[in-house]
Write a protein of this length. Structure first.
Length: 616
C-alpha cells in the first residue's frame, strides 16, 4: 500500500495468480513472485501452524498464495492446543485436519452429518480443578468430552468445525443458523464497526455498532439509512432464512469476553432495550452542566430540543443523530426553529459535527451572535443550471440519443402517461430508485421537448469526483447534491422550479438494496412545500432485476415506466399524515408511487429498524 497504486495492482494480480496455481495446479509460485517479502520476513521460514481458534479459509488461502505452507488445527483449553491438525501429506483445505492423538466422534448428527464434536484420548484433560459438578457435566456417561462445538467428520477422518453448540440458533422449520458466519457477511461493510446476530420472536435480528466516522466522511446524512441499505444489500447474497428481519443500533462496543467473543447472553437485553428506546438512568448534571443549561443561548436551545423531541431520550450525553434522529435535513429544520426562538441559527454543519447535545450547546454558545442567513447561491452554483453550450451541448445530445436507442433495445422500454406531463411551468418528476439504470430509463422516457428542460440531482460524492465526470454532468444537466449541506442543495433545486424547468428527483435518495420501495427522505416534501410546485409521481418497474446494486452491466430485462397525474403540494399535504406540511407531502407522495407500483416494490421485504438505540 505504501508503494503506490502500481504496486497495489501488481500485488493483487500476482496474489490471484499464485492462489489459482496453488489450488488448481499444486504449484507454489508465491516464493518466486513475492521474493522481496520472504527476504524481509525470514528467508528460512517455510511453514506456519495455527491451533486453537478456527483459521478462516480467506486468510489461510492468502498466506499459502504468498508462498508459505499453512497447517491449521483445532483444540480447546481442555485439550492439547491442537487435538486435530493438518500435516504434510495429510492436509485438506477448509478442514481442521485429522485427530493427532485420541478419537473424535459426532453426537446426534443431522441429515448433513453435523452434530456436537466429542473427543476422547490422552490429549483431553481429566476434569476441572475442585469442581466435580462441572467435570461431570463436561463428559458423557461413556467418557467422551463434550466440546460444545458443532461440526462433522468426513470419510477420511478430517474434522470440519461449523460453529458453537450453545451459539447455534434454531429457527422454525429446523433451520440451523451459526451467527458467526452471518456476522462475517453482514459486517463486511465500511459503515459497520460491529454486528451481532441473534434470534428474536422466531426471526433473525442484529445489533449494529455503526462506523460513524466512515459514514460522515462518505457524506451520508442518515446513519440509519446507511446501515439499513448495507444490511439489505448483503442479505441478497444469502438464502431467505438467513436474512434479517430487523436491527437496532448500539452506541457502544458490544460486550465481549477476554478472547474477543461476544457475550451472547447479554445481547437479547441490549436489543430489547433498543427496541423500547430505553436509556439507562443518567446521573445528576454536574455543576458545570447546570451552568451551561442556565446560560444563553444554551437555555433557549434546550427548550427547543425539549419541545421537538418529547418522545426521545433527551440528555446532555445524547448523540444528536443516533439518539434524537437528527439527520442532515432535520438539522436544517432545527436550526430554523432555534433561529425563531433565539434570533440566531446554529449552522447545519455544527449540528452534524457535534457528538453530544452538550457539545452542540457549547458550539452554539461560542458561535457569533449574528443569525445565519439563508444559503446564498453563488455564480458557480447557478452555473450548473445554465444550458450547456458548444461542445458540451453537442455531447449531451449525442449521449441522450445513444441512450434512447440503447434503453429501447436492451430493456424494450414501454412508457405510459406521457400525456400527463405538463407542457409549461416548473414541476418535479419523482421516480422510485432501484438501480443506476433509472437515470437512463427516465431520460429515454421523457419527450425531447421536455428533456431539454430537465435538470437532474446527482450525488456529489459519486458523480463529481473528477474533472471528466464534472464535464459529463454539465453536458447532461446534472447538478451536485451534498447531503451534508441540505439547505444549499434544496435552494438549488428550488431555483430549477422557479425558472420553470423540470426537476428529476429521487425521493428515496439511496438505490434500493432489495427492490422494495424505501422510506422517502423528507427533503422532497420541504422542497415542494417551499416552492409550491406540482409533482408527477413516477413508477419504474424492472430496473432492479436488470441492474441491482453491485452489478456493473445490465441484464436484458423488460422495463416499464408510468408517469402519474400531476398534483400540487397543497393537495398532497391534505392527503398525507404527519406533523408538518413537508412530512404530509412526503408521505402522500410515497403512497402515490407505491400505488402505481402495485406493491411496496418488486423484491423481498425490507429490513426494518427497531425503534430506539441500544446502549449499555
Amino acid at each position: 500500500a505504501a508503494a503506490g497504486a502500481l504496486a497495489r495492482v501488481y500485488f493483487r494480480a500476482m496474489l490471484a495468480l499464485a492462489r489459482w496455481a496453488r489450488r488448481r495446479l499444486g504449484v507454489k509460485l508465491g516464493r518466486v513472485l513475492f521474493r522481496p517479502l520472504h527476504a524481509r520476513l525470514g528467508q528460512t521460514l517455510r511453514s506456519l501452524v495455527s491451533g486453537g481458534a478456527h483459521l478462516e479459509p480467506g486468510p489461510l488461502a492468502e498466506l499459502e498464495a504468498l508462498g508459505w505452507d499453512v497447517y491449521s488445527g483445532y483444540g480447546l483449553a481442555e485439550t492439547a492446543s491442537v487435538f486435530t491438525g493438518n500435516r504434510p501429506g495429510h492436509k485438506r483445505f477448509g478442514s481442521e485436519g485429522r485427530v493427532l492423538s485420541g478419537q473424535a466422534r459426532i453426537a446426534e448428527p443431522d441429515g448433513e452429518g453435523v452434530g456436537e464434536i466429542q473427543l476422547k484420548g490422552p490429549s483431553v484433560f481429566e476434569g476441572y480443578r475442585n469442581n466435580p459438578e462441572a467435570t461431570a457435566e463436561a463428559f458423557t456417561a461413556d467418557g467422551w468430552f463434550r466440546t460444545g462445538d458443532r461440526g462433522r467428520v468426513d470419510a477420511h477422518g478430517f474434522v470440519y468445525v461449523t460453529g458453537r453448540e450453545k451459539e447455534m440458533i434454531v429457527l422454525g422449520g429446523g433451520k440451523n443458523i451459526y451467527p458467526e458466519e452471518l456476522e462475517r457477511v453482514y459486517g463486511d461493510s465500511p459503515y459497520v464497526s460491529e454486528v451481532a446476530v441473534l434470534e428474536r420472536e422466531g426471526s433473525l435480528v442484529a445489533l449494529v455498532v455503526p462506523n460513524l466516522e466512515a459514514i460522515r466522511n462518505a457524506g451520508i446524512g442518515s446513519v440509519e439509512d446507511a446501515i439499513r441499505v448495507e444490511l439489505a444489500e448483503r442479505a441478497r447474497r444469502l438464502p431467505s432464512f438467513q436474512r434479517l428481519a430487523g436491527f437496532a443500533i448500539a452506541r457502544e462496543p458490544l460486550p465481549r469476553t477476554r478472547l474477543g467473543k461476544y457475550r451472547r447472553f447479554l445481547l437479547p437485553e441490549l436489543y430489547e432495550r433498543g427496541s423500547r428506546a430505553a436509556q439507562p438512568v443518567r446521573a445528576e448534571p454536574s455543576a458545570e452542566d447546570r451552568a451551561l443549561l442556565a446560560s444563553s443561548p444554551a437555555r433557549e436551545i434546550w427548550a427547543v430540543l425539549a419541545e421537538r423531541y418529547r418522545d426521545k431520550p433527551l440528555h446532555l450525553d445524547a448523540h444528536p443523530q443516533l439518539d434524537l434522529g437528527i439527520d442532515s435535513l432535520e438539522a436544517m429544520a432545527l436550526s430554523l426553529a432555534v433561529e425563531a426562538r433565539t434570533g440566531r441559527r446554529i449552522a447545519d454543519e455544527e449540528i452534524g459535527a457535534a457528538a453530544t447535545i452538550r457539545e452542540l450547546l457549547r458550539r452554539a454558545g461560542a458561535a457569533a451572535a449574528e443569525p445565519a442567513r439563508e444559503p446564498t447561491l453563488t455564480a458557480e452554483d447557478l452555473r450548473w443550471l445554465d444550458p450547456p453550450q458548444g461542445g458540451l451541448r453537442l455531447l449531451g445530445a449525442v449521449i441522450h440519443a445513444i441512450n434512447r436507442i440503447a434503453v429501447r433495445l436492451v430493456f424494450r422500454l414501454s412508457v405510459r402517461g406521457r400525456d400527463r406531463l405538463l407542457a409549461t411551468g416548473g414541476f418535479a418528476v419523482t421516480p422510485n430508485h432501484s438501480s443506476d439504470a433509472d437515470f437512463a430509463v427516465v431520460a429515454a422516457a421523457l419527450p425531447w421537448r421536455l428533456l431539454r428542460r430537465a435538470h437532474w440531482a446527482g450525488d456529489i460524492h459519486r458523480l463529481f469526483r473528477t474533472r471528466f465526470r464534472r464535464s459529463l454532468c454539465r453536458a447532461m444537466r446534472v447538478f451536485p447534491v451534498d447531503d451534508r449541506k441540505p439547505a444549499a442543495t434544496l435552494a438549488l433545486a428550488a431555483e430549477v422550479l422557479k425558472r420553470g424547468d423540470i426537476l428529476i428527483w429521487f425521493p428515496e435518495e439511496w438505490r434500493s438494496p432489495d427492490g422494495t420501495l424505501q422510506p422517502f427522505r423528507p427533503g422532497i416534501g420541504w422542497l415542494l412545500d417551499t416552492a409550491k410546485a406540482r409533482v408527477v409521481p413516477t413508477a419504474i418497474h424492472g430496473t432492479f432485476a436488470a441492474m441491482p446494486r453491485g452489478r456493473s452491466l445490465p441484464r436484458p430485462v423488460k422495463v416499464e415506466l408510468a408517469f402519474g397525474a400531476a398534483i400540487g403540494a397543497a393537495a398532497l399535504a391534505e392527503q398525507g399524515e404527519g406533523a408538518s406540511a413537508a412530512e404530509r407531502i412526503t408521505a402522500a407522495l410515497r403512497n402515490a408511487i407505491a400505488e402505481q407500483l402495485g406493491e411496496a416494490g418488486d423484491g423481498a421485504p425490507p429490513i426494518t429498524r427497531a425503534a430506539g438505540i441500544a446502549s449499555h
